[in-house]
Design a protein around this ligand. Structure first.
Ligand SMILES: [Zn+2]
Length: 83
């Protein structure tokens, strides 16, 4: 798992290289949303995409496990990409 914070260049490079991977968007300390890497709905409201942490992995279970460890529950799933 790689985490990008305030590193849009690194994040976007990862997405291009790992188009079939997964992105866990951390909306707050204990709130997570899981996306497929190619999803259009990964939080981009801020000027800096990675202002809120983006945890990236090719292994979906690695990200759901991480979210569970932190928040005690499964991450929300994006309604658009259905990750
Ligand atoms: Zn999505």
């Amino acid at each position: 798992m790689e985490t990008f914070v305030n590193d849009d260049r690194g994040y976007q490079k990862w997405i291009i290289r790992n188009f079939h991977g997964f992105v866990l968007h951390q909306a707050s300390k204990t709130s997570f949303v899981l996306h497929k890497a190619y999803c259009d709905h990964i939080d981009t409201y801020d000027d800096v995409i990675t202002k809120k942490p983006k945890h990236c992995s090719l292994k979906r279970h690695e990200l759901t496990g991480y979210a569970r460890d932190i928040s005690g529950k499964q991450p929300d799933q994006c309604r658009s990409c259905g990750s």
